[in-house]
Design a protein around this ligand. Structure first.
Ligand code: MCN
Ligand code: CUN
Length: 783
């Protein structure tokens, strides 16, 4: 039974998630649920070496193994001009290795068999003769002149991928020259992985009679995938039908096109039957889009009273073997230049250098807002370093430097125009809700007793909603998004959007937006996403862009429906169109509030009784290219206690005040915040993908790469302020990534604050208990 929530005017209400009755009862339809007649199974052989020349591949024994129908190698693909594919970052990536392998677990060959077990067994029979080459895992070493060149396919004989900069170098240097106070801090954001519960996978189904490829895939961006596949495969775009069924978590992991997809399509083209490929957990962690791996150095120039003047940032970005970052094309370092954050710097200069290493390729993912996680973590960490240097309370330092409410729209020194915010109010609410003054008193008492308690603040600014199309594109395609609404004769609605949710609740929130515009209940509106044959073209769900883009399209599309509906209403009410007013629930006659027709009446008339000469039906499509991004923000405060015996950090309290403008569904937003905080907590305390000197991945599964359970997860306290986006059709800003962008700094700041009596100024994530334990021991604290 579906939930019933017949409430009208659903905007801003915590109505139950329409998708939950399906998903919670196991009635979802995920990629591995798809079973087609005559379907075969594909498995991928991966490299044990991080860097090696391939002398020879012998697949004859595998081909002769029971049930095996096909083996594909890089050479086979080269014959079809498919050995390499383009990445979204403008680089190229090997589909199956030819010549050499560049990271451990790289795709080397694919086997297709009648069962998955047969395919896996046959992988063992493929003989590959590798000649190991020197391995580079450290991006700084990769930049040294005598480092081995990894990408022999490139003209440029160096491991340097790109140099990118933003801001004003001269002005920043000048401010640094005269500054009374300068702080500097090296900060590493470790390599992490979004690790969604459902790994990646696909079913490729090529019909040789119709020439049509139906491609089921766990995708956050089905339309973009169709376009890329058309470009890579040479199949006409209308002959590719991409279906993204229920997605079991994406977190950015399901934005890129992966080699396995191309192999499954090639196999289906060759064999004429459907081919399924589903990753294992290890394949997902070791080869698909990782996140972060930024080595950053930040300097702040300030006055003695704490007023900040300038910010200088230098970063080395480790992209692994191929630059497969899923950033907008013109932004090789994503939106990292938002690094001045919530503070009114006079000037800033930011540089990023991208580097190849023998590691898995990427990397933008994991609730990252295109590198805003790195930027926000850096500035929030370094603001605390400055506070400590000046012996100033970190809350006070922030309040002194915030962009003021009356400065919006605010032009940042790196070129962004922040739409709206009230940072002071948001921080003050968080301070008051958590009882900041009392906590500081408690901390002083505990310090006097030799106990380690810490309070960490993070007041972040996010930047989400890419487009606008004039600045943002992916391989030339402008980053707008879309909605199409069909109102049927009985007033029930099907709406389709160009985005594709992975658990964010679009079936509910977008139904709320449309129902609000049409005077219906959310139950009357069915939301469908993920099918390229039916949905209007859109760029997909990532970077918290769905609400800012497709949400805007949904509202404006609803208003477009209302324009026609008003004409029909005037006809039914037998008055002129100008005398008809929309009161939020129905069309009424000006001055005669008793006379009205509802959207349901109008819908029926649209198919039975339209005014003479009017086209029947009631539907509309809207492509919305936003005028600017939206700038959600928040104030997070963590309180931690450190166990001196073990080094374990207990997060005693966590207060998150978010401002994402007008809220469509408060419960869903709170759920997004809980989820993102849990991931931010995991990044701060548990997660890292290290490599040894030979390029072996040391966290290739959930035994070594830790995912938090409910037992690890702290209790989250949430609240909100509301500063509507002035340019968004319903005043909403995105929120999905805010908690992950904002929280790591709050955790780390709290731990550093706790240990600051020992002179600790910084600890790199993840803060495992052993790191804290070692610091305590180094300082002679032995309990
Ligand atoms: N919302 C709202 N009011 C607002 C803003 C948002 O009610 N003012 C609602 C939205 O309508 C939507 C949800 O909150 O139902 C998230 O909206 P938005 O911030 O627009 O983000 P997206 O829908 O574009 O989701 C993407 C974002 C990203 S980039 C990652 S990564 C992430 C995240 O969402 N991955 C997730 N949250 C996730 N949640 C789940 N369960 N699974 C993932 O894979
Ligand atoms: Cu960067 S993770 Mo989300 O944008 O899909």
């Amino acid at each position: 039974m579906a939930l019933q929530q017949t409430e009208l005017r659903p905007m801003g209400k915590s109505i139950g998630r329409k998708e939950d009755p399906r998903l919670i009862r196991g009635k979802g339809r995920y990629i591995d649920d798809i079973m087609l007649p005559n379907m075969l199974y594909m498995c991928v052989l991966r490299s044990p070496y991080a860097h090696a020349r391939i002398r020879r591949i012998d697949a004859s024994a595998a081909l002769a193994a029971p049930g095996v129908k096909l083996v594909i190698t890089g050479e086979d693909l080269a014959g079809m001009n498919l050995a390499w594919m383009p990445t979204m970052a403008g680089d190229t990536q090997m589909v199956l290795a030819t010549g050499k392998v560049l990271f451990q677990y790289q795709e080397v060959a694919a086997v297709v068999a009648e069962t998955r077990a047969q395919a896996e067994d046959a992988l063992q029979l493929i003989e590959v003769d590798y000649e190991p080459l020197p391995v580079v895992v450290d991006p700084f070493k990769a930049l040294e002149p005598d480092a081995p060149i990894l990408r022999e396919d490139k003209e440029k004989k160096s491991n340097h991928i790109f140099h990118w900069e933003a801001g004003d170098r001269e002005q920043t240097e000048a401010l640094f020259r005269d500054a009374p106070v300068i702080v500097k801090q090296d900060v590493r954001f470790p390599r992490v992985h979004p690790s969604p519960l459902e790994p990646c996978g696909c079913v490729a189904d090529y019909n040789s009679a119709t020439g049509r490829l139906t491609f089921y895939v766990t995708s956050q961006a089905p339309h973009a995938h169709r376009t890329v596949l058309a470009m890579v495969s040479g199949l006409p775009e209308h002959q590719i039908h991409v279906i993204s069924p229920d997605v079991g978590g994406g977190f950015g992991n399901k934005v890129p096109v992966y080699p396995g997809y191309v192999c499954a399509i090639v196999a289906s083209l060759k064999l004429g039957v459907p081919v399924k490929w589903i990753e294992t957990r290890t394949e997902n962690i070791t080869s698909t889009n990782f996140a972060r791996d930024y080595h950053m150095t930040a300097e702040i120039a300030a006055r003695e009273d704490g007023r900040v003047l300038a910010l200088r940032v230098k970063t080395v970005a480790d992209h692994g073997a191929f630059d497969a970052a899923a950033d907008p094309s013109k932004f090789p370092a994503g939106l990292f230049s938002i690094v001045t954050g919530s503070y009114d710097f006079r000037s800033a200069f930011v540089e990023v250098d991208g580097v190849y290493t023998n590691k898995a390729p990427g990397g933008v993912a994991y609730r990252c807002s295109f590198r805003v996680t790195e930027a926000s973590y850096l500035i929030e960490r370094v603001m605390d370093v400055l506070a400590r240097r000046l012996q100033m309370d970190p809350a006070e330092l922030r309040l002194r430097n915030f962009i003021r409410k009356d400065q919006f729209p605010y032009h940042s020194p790196t070129g962004w125009v922040y739409d709206s915010g009230d940072y002071e109010k948001t921080l003050n609410l968080a301070l008051q809700r958590i009882g900041y003054a009392e906590l500081r008193k408690e901390q002083a008492e505990k310090r006097a007793r030799g106990e380690f308690m810490g309070i960490g603040i993070s007041t972040f600014t996010e930047i989400v909603g890419a487009g606008p199309g004039h600045t943002f594109d992916i391989m030339g395609i402008k980053m707008f998004d879309s909605a199409q609404i069909r109102v049927h004769p009985t007033g029930k609605v099907i709406a389709r959007l160009g985005v594709r949710h992975q658990g964010q609740g679009h079936e509910t929130t977008f139904a709320q937006i449309i129902a609000e515009e049409l005077g219906l209940s959310a139950d009357d509106v069915l939301i469908e996403e993920g099918d390229t044959d039916t949905a209007p073209y859109g760029l997909g769900t990532y970077a918290s862009r769905s609400t800012p883009t497709a949400g805007g399209a949904a509202a404006l599309c609803g208003r477009r429906i209302r324009e026609k509906a008003r004409k029909i209403a005037a006809h039914l009410l037998e008055v002129g169109e100008d005398d008809v007013i929309w009161d939020g629930l129905a069309f009424t006659v000006k001055g005669l509030p008793g006379r009205s027709v509802s959207m349901k009446d109008v819908a029926f008339a649209a198919y039975t009784n339209v005014p003479e000469g009017m086209e029947p039906g009631l539907e509309a499509t809207y492509y919305y290219d936003p005028p600017n991004l939206t700038f959600p923000n928040g104030a997070y405060i963590a309180v931690v206690d450190i166990d001196k015996g073990t080094g374990a950090v207990k997060v005693r309290r966590f207060m998150a005040v978010d401002d994402c403008g007008n809220v469509i569904n408060p419960m869903i937003v709170e759920g997004q915040v809980h989820g993102g905080l849990t991931e931010g907590f995991a990044i701060a305390f548990m997660q890292d993908i290290p490599y040894d000197a030979d390029g072996n991945c040391l966290a290739p599964n959930w035994m070594d790469y830790l995912v938090p359970t409910s037992l690890d997860t702290p209790h989250w306290e949430t609240d909100r302020t509301v500063t509507p986006s002035p340019h968004h059709p319903i005043g909403a800003k995105g929120v999905g990534e805010s908690p992950n962008v904002g929280s790591p700094a709050a955790f780390v700041n709290a731990v550093v604050d706790a240990l600051s009596p020992l002179g600790v100024e910084h600890i790199d994530m993840p803060i495992f208990p052993w790191k804290v334990w070692s610091i305590l021991r180094e300082h002679g604290i032995d309990e």
